[in-house]
Design a protein around this ligand. Sequence first.
Ligand code: ATP
Length: 204
Amino acid sequence: MTEKILLFGGTFDPVHNGHTNILQAAYKQGGFDRAIVLPNAVSPFKPGSPEASNTQRLEMLRLAFSGLEWCSISDMEFYMPQPSYTVNTLEKLKSQMPSSELFWLCGGDVIKEFHMWYRADEIIELASLAVVKRDSVRKPDFEDIEAKLGKNIPRMIIDSPIYDISSTEIRRRLRKGSEISGLVPKAVEQYIKQNNIYSAHSAG
Ligand code: ATP
């Protein structure tokens, strides 16, 4: 049986309601069998990050996605070479699940740089992209990127409202001591406060 799997990679520093909402929208619309969330160890695009530890980001993801029986969290990228290149993760998953059909969920903001991803042409041999609108990019220009790549990008467009939330904004608010309620799941907010992550006085 071919399993249709939705993959959601990111830094999740911290996970927020934009993440939880788009994953659920994609899962509902795409007819997936299950979803796997993959926090990276070090993003190729975000040197110096993340601020929270691997354990903390993993725990926040568990809290955010608990109760979704179709969704699991994988720490596999923590144990792979760094930075965490998507192509390496996809190759590994494909070797573990050769008959699966993989989809990589991402916000429209990442599409404008997709041709610069490490071995982007191989990524799209291994997976289709499941793309959601984001405030900065409501309609990603696939034609432009496909011209730069010299290849068509297999994709599924996910219809969802715009969620004007980013981890950057949440970290900024916490540093200033501003409120973040409504931007992250309640349990994640409590975890951040209990562990004093991202505050002006935290270790990170
Ligand atoms: P940062 O602000 O630290 O750059 P981020 O909020 O973009 O972080 P990431 O963990 O880097 O969060 O995002 C993982 C994936 O989720 C990316 O594909 C990104 O485009 C997507 N994403 C994050 N936030 C949103 C959002 N509000 N709407 C749509 N997609 C989002």
